[in-house]
Design a protein. Structure first.
Length: 203
């Protein structure tokens, strides 16, 4: 039902590292709960490396549509820079109560006046846009990335939720305001390090 492909570094600029590509062959959106083992270039298990996710495919938070989707992996512990692949185990899978669309919901940072600004600035809200013909529900992650040396994959060092589960209407938009811990994270990291604002299907 589910198959996986780990991509440490696509070799393309502006492309996220350490992605787990998920292929769902069931003609329905599903919610997987996965577990991982990190492997070195010889396919040996790196037992001291802990693997976690940004979108929550290891916690039943990610909705995977029919077709392809992805999560982003995080590695920690001794040997985390030696990860060449991952072994994925499907713990369980359920049909999603809220289907995901075919296309990713896009994000746009907004200032306090509702004007579009870059994700690197101190933004006050995020506009979500859904181009599909069904309503979807997503969560937003504000991700701070490290800046590794050449030939080392980039990792998320801090992940902060913005808002909660948000419904985005078919062919429509929704605006989520940045408050609390998310506002503090934006204030701390704006005009500085590499950051992303990522929306992912959830329930």
């Amino acid at each position: 039902m589910l198959s996986f492909d780990y991509v440490g570094d696509s070799g393309e600029d502006e492309t996220i590292n350490q992605t787990l590509h998920i292929t769902n062959d069931v003609p329905a959106s599903v919610v997987p709960v996965l577990s991982f083992k990190a492997l070195d270039k010889h396919d040996h298990v790196l037992r001291q490396v802990k693997v976690s996710t940004i979108y929550g495919s290891d916690r039943g938070k990610l909705v995977a549509p029919y077709g392809t989707s992805f999560d982003i992996l995080r590695f920690s512990g001794p040997g985390k820079h030696d990860v060449a692949d991952v072994r994925v185990t499907v713990r369980r899978t359920t049909i999603a109560s809220i289907p995901a669309g075919r296309h990713a919901v896009t994000t746009q940072a907004l200032d306090s006046h509702g004007r579009e600004i870059t994700r690197f600035e101190r933004f006050s809200a995020v506009r979500l846009t859904n181009e599909d013909n069904i309503p979807v529900s997503v969560r937003i992650a504000y991700v701070l990335w490290d800046q590794p040396p050449k030939d080392v994959t980039q990792q998320a060092v801090e992940v902060t939720p913005i808002g909660g589960l948000t419904r985005v209407p078919a062919h429509g938009t929704a605006v989520v305001h940045v408050t609390g811990k998310a506002a503090a994270a934006v204030a701390r990291n704006s005009y500085g390090p590499a950051v992303s604002i990522k929306a992912y299907n959830s329930q």
